[in-house]
Design a protein around this ligand. Structure first.
Ligand SMILES: O=C(CO)[C@H](O)[C@H](O)COP(=O)(O)O
Length: 226
């Protein structure tokens, strides 16, 4: 079993009968959805919402019952991957382009469990370019404003075209040398009108389950969330 699958399957053990579950996006979340599908096939009764069209399709194929956001007001748990995480459970997400939906779903969950392999754990965030979802309108100005924050922003591409998120927006991948204060950066990003959301997840994750290549698991718990 690879390290991503190991972490994902350990996280799925936290899902109990009757729970409302947020399904993450990406190659690690894929394994969690797969395992959840197995448990549903064995009789586990849950409902779920997905953070991307890709995860929604996977869940449908596996027979995981999906509900609309109008039918529920909160989720019990969300299981999702990350591009980087530090020891304080600050995350960079959005490598798969789903950061806005992922943040909405994670913030609407009583518990967010991050699943990752050990390569995602860093001392300081910033090596992975920070994904920022921006509206297409006047994107040139938004990208110029992002550059003023000390990064090199690059609009994500999808072959010959600009990449569009499930929400119809662009993603600017912002290359910082290092992110010295993620909370300050988050505030600065939200002050730019064309920014819809950014991939810094601060004070949102409750625990991370990290799979290692030697087959072991490390659990990092939040020091700030009760
Ligand atoms: O934030 C995400 C998608 O928007 C993913 O969780 C993140 O990119 C990690 O992906 P993977 O598990 O494939 O490494």
């Amino acid at each position: 079993m690879n390290a991503k699958q190991l972490a994902a399957e350990a996280a799925v053990e936290y899902v109990q009968e009757g729970m409302k579950v947020g399904l993450g996006t990406g190659s690690t979340a894929y394994w969690a959805i797969r395992k959840l599908g197995e448990r549903v096939a064995e009789g586990l009764n849950i409902t779920a919402v997905a953070t991307s069209r890709a995860s929604e399709q996977q869940a449908r194929e596996l027979g995981i019952p999906l509900v609309s956001f109008g039918e529920i007001d909160r989720l019990d748990v969300t299981i999702d991957g990350a591009d980087e995480l530090d020891g304080d459970l600050q995350l960079i997400k959005g490598g798969g382009g789903a950061l806005l939906r992922e943040k909405i779903v994670a913030k609407g969950s009583d518990r967010m469990i991050v699943i990752a392999d050990e390569t995602k754990v860093v001392r300081t965030l910033g090596k992975f370019p920070l994904p920022v979802e921006i509206v297409p309108f006047a994107w040139e100005w938004t990208v110029a404003d992002l550059a003023k924050l000390g990064c090199v922003p690059e609009l994500r591409r999808d072959g010959a075209n600009l990449y569009k998120s499930d929400n119809g927006n662009y993603i600017a991948d912002c290359r910082f040398e290092i992110i010295t204060s993620a909370p300050e950066l988050a505030l600065a990003l939200h002050s730019i009108p064309g920014v819809v959301e950014h991939g810094l997840f601060l004070g949102i994750a409750d625990m991370a389950i990290v799979g290692k290549n030697d087959g072991s698991l490390e659990v990092i718990s939040s020091k700030t969330k009760p």
